[in-house]
Design a protein. Structure first.
Length: 307
């Protein structure tokens, strides 16, 4: 038996003449409850997987940002501390101590002005007072140098200006012949900087777990090999003459702001300033389960050769 297949124009006329017999066969079947529940479950699974990936990505991004912030803070602190320590003991260079004639100015001797008396209520400077150039403890260090100006050409004639200042940008006047900067750690985990110029100590960076200082001491005994000086790192209590200190070692322990899920199996450790492994999951307060990083640098005192 052959059935004739109706084309679309004929199908339309048939629907018009026989609506009751053809329409039920063309009606769309609805979705069952089981199919609806399966669709909802699949959708929830997709959302759960996406949320898990988002949370993981957020955790990784937070950890990377935390590490970057810690490194930036450490770089800033080391740069500021190093600039003051390297300048410790620097003096003004007198380019014409004998008041040579103008015709012989290029052949005139030069000299270092080792002493500058106090002006008014300010403090004086004396290169042979070694404790005024460098002093400190195991957790605090102070570096000082002479106030001096340089000729700066702006417009027209040169102007004498102070180009070097302490860690706070002071002092603002020439009363203090000795400029100094002091670095220490307060109870709020902030590394602070203080110095002449007023305003009190100012915080530099936060989240500092430890700030440790060691001093590079030169051995005064004649070494067995001439031209080969001997140095050793000591704590502040072993420094009897600050003029023998040739360098300063600065160690910083910083921690982040992000709480990290760390395994409590002894593998979540970092090495502190003493070289001891510390488990970050056992720390208390704001340091628990947070990233810790240790930074160490040694700064040589440039002016120690004149001592």
């Amino acid at each position: 038996m052959f059935h004739k297949i109706m084309t679309w124009p004929h199908c339309g006329r048939y629907l018009k003449n026989h609506p009751a017999s053809w329409l039920p066969q063309l009606a769309q079947r609805g979705v069952t409850l089981i199919e609806l529940m399966v669709g909802i479950i699949v959708g929830l699974l997709v959302v759960a997987v996406a949320m898990g990936a988002l949370i993981t990505s957020r955790g990784i991004s937070g950890t990377v940002t935390d590490a970057s912030d810690i490194q930036q803070q450490a770089a800033y602190a080391m740069r500021l501390i190093g600039a003051q320590l390297r300048r410790s003991g620097s003096m003004q260079l007198n380019l014409n101590p004998s008041l040579a004639a103008a015709a012989n100015v290029y052949m005139s001797p030069v000299a270092l002005q080792r002493k500058a008396p106090a002006v008014g209520a300010g403090n004086g400077f004396d290169i042979f007072q070694a404790s005024e150039l460098l002093s400190g403890t195991d957790s605090q260090v102070t570096a000082g140098f002479q106030y001096y100006t340089d000729s700066v050409f702006t417009t027209g004639a040169a102007t004498d200006m102070l180009l070097v200042r302490n860690c706070k940008g002071g002092p603002a006047d020439a009363l203090d012949q000795r400029i100094f900067s002091t670095f220490d750690l307060n109870s709020s985990a902030s590394l602070r900087c203080d110095g002449n110029g007023g305003g009190g100590a100012q915080p530099m960076i936060n989240n500092v777990a430890n700030f440790q200082i060691r001093y590079m001491l030169q051995n005064l005994n004649i070494p067995a090999s001439p031209g080969n000086p001997q140095f050793r790192y000591v704590q502040a209590a072993s420094v009897t003459n600050w003029a023998q200190v040739q360098g300063v070692e600065v160690c910083l322990e910083l921690y982040g702001n992000e709480i990290i899920s760390m395994p409590n199996d002894g593998t979540s450790t970092y090495y502190d300033c003493t070289g001891t492994a510390v488990d970050m999951t056992t720390l208390a307060g704001a340091r628990k389960n947070r990233m810790h990083m240790t930074f160490r640098n040694v700064f040589q005192l440039r002016a120690r050769g004149v001592m």
